[in-house]
Design a protein around this ligand. Structure first.
Ligand code: 6GU
Length: 279
């Protein structure tokens, strides 16, 4: 898979030299090329931004360097092939595991990292005449630029490329693969700082363990992501699933209303009412 990233901060992408992604690059599974947008400017100050038409705060990325950067990418590709262009921005469509899976099958992806208030909209309009374009967001918060988002998106995609992760089995039972969060995991020692492990995991009874794990996935998803419970296909749920969801239904409702408040007030809650731990 070929990946091109255009940015004014090429050094920001250096984590992609490390770990699994770095190894995949060495093995030739991933051909990642990072480009400095300023290399496509022609003035002495290598200017990439200008003031917005219509006024307002901040600066906008000028279209000309972006046009030349896209021309450069196209000129270095296989004739007739175009990349799928991803533009990270807080105003994009939510980036999901399903999207990562679809993009992992593509031969060529390109990323345009915006800074400041964003890129001149005509760059997107123009790119759409040349290649598929998707503006993607990581979530409902604002980053200073697309670089950190690209690190996350590239990692999410690259690990799904065949050969990048040694044990492909570890990809199947993951959070978000089937609409539920993952079950909790434990390793040795069996008793640690007063915390034991669930008895069922020591039973050696594979059926009971699988059922316990599914119960935990349902409970955890209801508590942390009630929106995901709402999207489950009822025909995928068995009688025990419904029993577990009924048990947590009240909690899930409370969580939905209060989840953001609960997250921000967690420290205060913890201090007021610390959990008891047996020794
Ligand atoms: Cl993809 N980019 C930027 N700049 N901010 C974001 C984001 C992306 N996702 C959430 N906030």
């Amino acid at each position: 898979m070929r990946l091109d990233v255009v940015t004014i901060f090429p050094e920001y992408l250096s984590p992609l030299d490390l770990s699994l992604i770095g190894k995949a690059r060495e093995q030739g599974l991933i051909d990642l090329r990072v480009h400095d947008l300023r290399d496509f400017t022609h003035d002495r100050h290598r200017t990439v931004d200008d003031t917005p038409y219509g006024g307002g705060a901040g600066m906008v990325m000028r279209p000309e360097p972006w046009g030349e950067a896209l021309d450069h990418l196209m000129a270095t590709g296989v004739p007739g092939e175009v990349p799928h262009l991803l533009i990270p921005a807080p105003g994009g469509v939510p980036f999901t595991q399903a999207m990562a899976q679809e993009l992992a099958t593509q031969p060529w992806l390109a990323f345009a990292c915006g800074r400041y208030e964003g890129i001149d909209e005509r760059v997107i309009d123009h790119a759409e005449t040349l290649m598929p374009v998707t503006v993607v967001s990581l979530g409902d918060y604002v980053l200073n630029g697309g670089e950190v988002a690209v690190l996350a998106i590239v990692e999410a995609i690259a690990r799904l490329v065949p050969g990048v992760i040694g044990n492909a089995d570890s990809l199947v039972e993951e959070s978000h693969e089937d609409g539920l969060l993952e079950y909790p995991m434990f390793t040795k020692p069996p008793l640690w700082r007063g915390h034991g492990i669930p008895e069922v995991l020591l039973s050696g009874h594979h059926g009971l363990i699988a059922r316990w794990r599914r119960d935990e996935r349902l409970r955890r998803t209801a508590a942390r992501r009630p929106d995901m419970i709402a999207r489950l296909d009822p025909s995928d749920l068995d009688a025990r699933d419904l029993e577990v969801l009924a048990e947590v239904a009240e909690v899930a409702e409370v969580a939905e209303v209060a989840s953001s408040v609960m997250q921000t007030s967690k420290v205060a809650q913890f201090q007021a009412d610390p959990p008891a731990v047996a020794d």
